[in-house]
Design a protein around this ligand. Structure first.
Ligand SMILES: [Zn+2]
Length: 172
């Protein structure tokens, strides 16, 4: 009994990570851990068991975990992109030939007023979501070999498919 009282008094007002204990909420059952109302730095409230606070399991309302997961995803896609992603390289090259006058092939693309849509220009994630991963043996081709790099006008094409589109363009 004395121990429980001490735990209650000790937790009130204490901080655990982003959580500040603001009220005692009782215990879920006999012999179970006490529950506490906590206020997170982001202004969310959560009821947390003392055990979870004290063993470090709960450090925020969940916002901390969400931020960590987001940070991890971003790091992963960056690393992935720089080291081994064909899709990421295609995205980089597409942007280069359309926006960088020093790029190889610039005159056929950026120099020929071929654009990359805003959505893809600013976000590899958006490009990946629309196009999917690049399949082996394909590159990024435009239908009819004309128009901009935008959803609906491009596909992962084999060399034969690309040549067919280029031929169609010359015939047109
Ligand atoms: Zn929070």
């Amino acid at each position: 009994m004395i121990k429980l009282w001490r735990v209650r008094r000790d937790l009130l007002g204490q901080r655990f990570g982003r959580m500040t204990v603001v009220a005692y909420m009782g215990a879920p059952g006999p012999g179970r851990n006490s529950a506490w109302l906590c206020l997170c730095d982001c202004a969310e409230e959560r009821i947390v068991l003392a055990m979870c606070l004290m063993n470090g399991e709960t450090k925020s309302c969940g916002c901390l975990n969400r931020e960590l997961v987001t940070a991890r995803c971003q790091t992963q896609s960056r690393t992935h992109g720089q080291t081994d992603s064909r899709t990421y390289n295609s995205w980089l090259c597409m942007k280069q030939r359309c926006t960088n006058p020093k790029a190889t092939n610039w005159k056929h693309y950026g120099g020929n007023r071929v654009k990359v849509c805003e959505r893809w220009l600013n976000s590899f994630e958006a490009f990946l979501a629309d196009m999917g991963e690049r399949k082996p043996g394909t590159t990024l081709g435009r239908f009819g070999d004309t128009g901009n790099y935008e959803p609906g006008n491009v596909a992962w094409m084999t060399r034969a498919e690309q040549e067919a589109h280029q031929k169609a363009k010359r015939a047109a």
